[in-house]
Design a protein around this ligand. Structure first.
Ligand code: SAH
Ligand code: SF4
Ligand code: F3S
Length: 445
């Protein structure tokens, strides 16, 4: 039927930046009359928004792209977007003949017109960077009604030697503060009260006039913003002004995700992280001094080229000494074209050794998390109800410190703030009981 609107199905891999980009793409396509569907079968357009951070992530997506062929009609346009699209460009068109479009992170403005050309049989790879592009006129299609991502910075100017992101997302650029504030008002008007600002090194935000401290204060001052988060900061960009703004802006939550990568100064040097073990610890100390009770999570890579057993042991002691609430842990993955691939071959850490270190690291992280979480039992926290938990009739909620608490309840409570007491822990997540507050009690008389 000609009058029926075309359908689009999108699958998203990788980090929050990609989730946010998918929301922008869906918003753009909705303006052009597309309707989102939640299964690929028979969709007019299928998009796979990809990640290139580790080889494993890419292999998974390549497998999935192959699989999606079965779900396509003869007229379906299959597009690959995101970081892997940017990295492989035309190579992806050669490799998978059923892929019609390959579009990098700065090319989404052209999506509707490229889909049109693809309908007429063209196959296109669009992978140029556009340093002006922030998609200001796009209206992101947010599906989560409780929490919103706001990209405030695109690209990255650091050059960590293991990392593909500067290649896939281009140079760093920040949105104008006024644009971020406009979007914040729009989000709050939709009833969303929690906002997470996004950027690869988000605290290096600078729009030519305002820095990250200004941004935190301005977003935090928008009426209706009850919780303000950001990810991921770089330790070197935590100026005193930024920490001060965090401590004095009521909406800023008491949680920082601060990637450490390694606890060994010599490994950090080969990674070009631009800080020492001591400087990282000092950054954590400054944050905790300014924000009492701050929860700290991190990212750690094991098996970086040249990592000795002694250097790895320093990562374990750093994890213990700093006391992280949690950590994402990864085995080093060599990415084509990154400086780490040019280190001496002999420095390669075997997969066996890397796997063993990963296991030991995970054990150490878990021990720390469990100890912190056990000590929290019996304490009371305000939680925001996010969604139904996978298990039975429980709700998934979150504290300001980003801890997950499962409580009994039903979906009418989603989006509400409640006071809970932590009653149990699996070691990583909590169960809680709702504590009646004055406002929640029935009125007397
Ligand atoms: N911009 C963020 C990190 C983005 S990538 C930051 O600098 O904090 C998310 C995490 O993936 C990184 O923190 C790092 O721990 C991991 N990572 C990045 N490249 C990797 C690689 N080549 N191999 C293994 N892990 C990697
Ligand atoms: Fe990658 Fe480093 Fe930039 Fe993070 S700061 S995106 S790890 S280059
Ligand atoms: Fe992956 Fe790109 Fe994010 S490589 S982690 S989707 S910036």
């Amino acid at each position: 039927m000609a009058s029926e609107s075309p359908t689009v199905y999108i699958e998203t891999y990788g980090c929050q930046m990609n989730v946010s980009d998918s929301e922008l793409m869906l918003g753009r396509l909705a303006e052009y009359g597309y309707r989102e569907v939640d299964a690929p079968d028979g969709a007019d357009v299928i998009l796979v928004n990809t990640c290139a951070i580790r080889d494993h992530a890419e292999q998974r997506v390549l497998g999935r792209i192959g699989e999606l062929k079965r779900h396509m009609k003869s007229t379906t346009v299959l597009g690959v977007t995101g970081c892997m699209a940017q990295r492989l460009g035309p190579r992806l068109l050669e490799r998978a003949k059923h892929v019609a479009l390959v579009i990098g992170p700065d090319g989404y403005r052209a999506l509707p017109s490229l889909i049109e050309s693809a309908r007429h049989g063209e196959r296109v790879a669009k992978v140029d960077f556009d340093l002006e592009e922030h998609y200001e006129d796009f209206r992101a299609r947010r599906v989560d009604g409780v929490s919103a991502w706001i990209p405030v910075q695109r690209g990255c100017d650091y050059r960590c030697t293991y990392c593909i992101v500067p290649t896939t997302r281009g140079p760093e650029r920040s949105r104008a503060l006024a644009d971020v504030i406009r979007e914040t008002h729009e989000i709050v008007a939709q009833g969303i009260t929690e906002i997470t600002l996004l950027g690869q090194t988000v605290n290096s935000y600078y729009d030519g006039t305002h820095d990250f401290a200004d941004l935190l204060r301005a977003v935090g001052a928008v009426p209706g913003v009850r919780r303000l988060r950001f990810t991921s900061p770089h330790p070197n960009d935590f100026s005193d002004a930024v920490i001060e703004a965090m401590a004095t802006t009521g909406a800023v939550c008491e949680h920082v995700h601060l990637p450490m990568q390694s606890g060994s100064t010599t490994t950090l040097k080969r990674m070009l992280r631009r800080y020492t073990r001591e400087e990282y610890a000092e950054c954590a100390r400054r944050l905790r001094a300014a924000i009492p009770g701050l929860a700290l999570t991190t990212d750690i890579i094991v098996g970086f080229p040249g990592e000795t057993e002694e250097e790895f042991a320093e990562t374990l002691t750093a994890v213990r000494e700093i006391g992280f609430d949690d950590a994402y842990t990864f085995k080093f993955s060599a990415r084509e074209g990154t400086p780490a691939t040019r280190l001496p071959e002999a420095w390669t850490v075997s997969d066996e050794v890397a796997s063993d270190r990963l296991e030991r690291l995970i054990d150490t992280v878990r021990e720390g998390t469990r100890a912190i979480n056990m000590s929290m039992l019996g304490t009371r926290h305000e939680v925001l109800v996010e969604k139904l938990a996978r298990r039975g009739t429980l709700l998934q909620t979150r504290t300001r410190h980003h801890r997950t608490v499962l409580i009994p309840g039903d979906d009418s409570m989603i989006g509400r703030y409640l006071m809970t007491e932590l009653t149990g822990t699996t070691g990583s997540t909590f169960t809680g009981a709702v504590v009646p507050t004055r406002a929640a009690l029935p009125l007397a008389g």
